[in-house]
Design a binder for this molecule. Sequence first.
Ligand SMILES: C[S@@+](CC[C@H](N)C(=O)[O-])C[C@H]1O[C@@H](n2cnc3c(N)ncnc32)[C@H](O)[C@@H]1O
Length: 252
Amino acid sequence: MTNEVTRESKRRWDLFAEDYAKRTSKFGDLHKEVLLTPTILSLLEGVEGQKILDAGCGEGYFSRLLAEKGAYVTAVDFSARMLDIARERTSNDAAIDYRQADLEDLNELESSLFDQVMSNMAIQDVVHLDAVLGEVHRVLKPGGTFIFSILHPCFVTPESGWHRDEQGNGLHWKTDHYFEEGQFEQRFGTKEKVFGFHRTLTTYINALFSTGFTLETLIEPAPSEENLEKYPDFKEDLRAPDFMILKVRKAY
Ligand SMILES: C[S@@+](CC[C@H](N)C(=O)[O-])C[C@H]1O[C@@H](n2cnc3c(N)ncnc32)[C@H](O)[C@@H]1O
C-alpha cells in the first residue's frame, strides 16, 4: 500500500534518524523515561520467554529493554537509517530480530506469531491506520494483546501548544481544529519535520473495534509526586496530558 505520502514519510524519518537517536538513552527521552516506558512495561503480561513485536521500533531502545528481560523480540521499522542505528546500539547476542518493513504490510511475518505486540509513539505516524491495525491483529496469537502509546488525540492537535505570558509561564494549553483529521508536521524542536496524522479519539476507538480488538485499559500518564520532585518542569504535564496508552486484546 506504499504511496507517495508513505515514501515521503519514510524519507523524512531516514533524514531525522540521527537527531532522533541522539535524544534517546537507555529508557528513551525524558518524557518516555518518566511517562511512557514504565507504563508500557507495567501493561505487558510478562516479558521473559514471550515473543514480542516492537512495531515502529526506531533506534530500538524498547526492544533492547525487552530483550534484556528475556523476551524474543522482532523489531520493525520502515526507516533503514533508524535500523542501522538500532543495530549499532545492540549487542550481537541480544535476542532481537530487526526487520525493515512498513507496518501496513508485514507479509514477512506469519499469522498468529506473537504473544504481545507493543508500539511506542509510532501509531500516530502511520499513514493508513486500518491497514496497520489489521496487520497487528493478524500477527498476534488469539488472546494476544497490543499495547501502544500515541500523542493524546484530544490535546495534541496540529495547532495545539502553550499560550504563555512574557515570562514564559503557561497560561493555558490550547487545542483547536480537533475534528480536522489528517497529516501534520511534527517539529521536535529541530529543522527536520516528520509527518504525524491527527485522528479523533472516535476514529482510533472505532478502528480498533472494527479490526476485532476489545479495549482493556486506557491510561493518560501523569507525573508522580516523586517525578515532580526530581523534574519540576513536569508540573506542566499535570495541566493537560500529552500521551495516551491503550491496551487492546485479540479475541481467543
Ligand atoms: C516517534 S518514532 C518512535 C520510535 C521508537 N518506538 C521510540 O519510542 O523511540 C516513530 C517511528 O515509527 C517509524 N514509522 C512510522 N511509520 C511507519 C510505518 N508505516 N512502518 C514502519 N515504521 C514506521 C518511524 O520510522 C520512526 O522510527
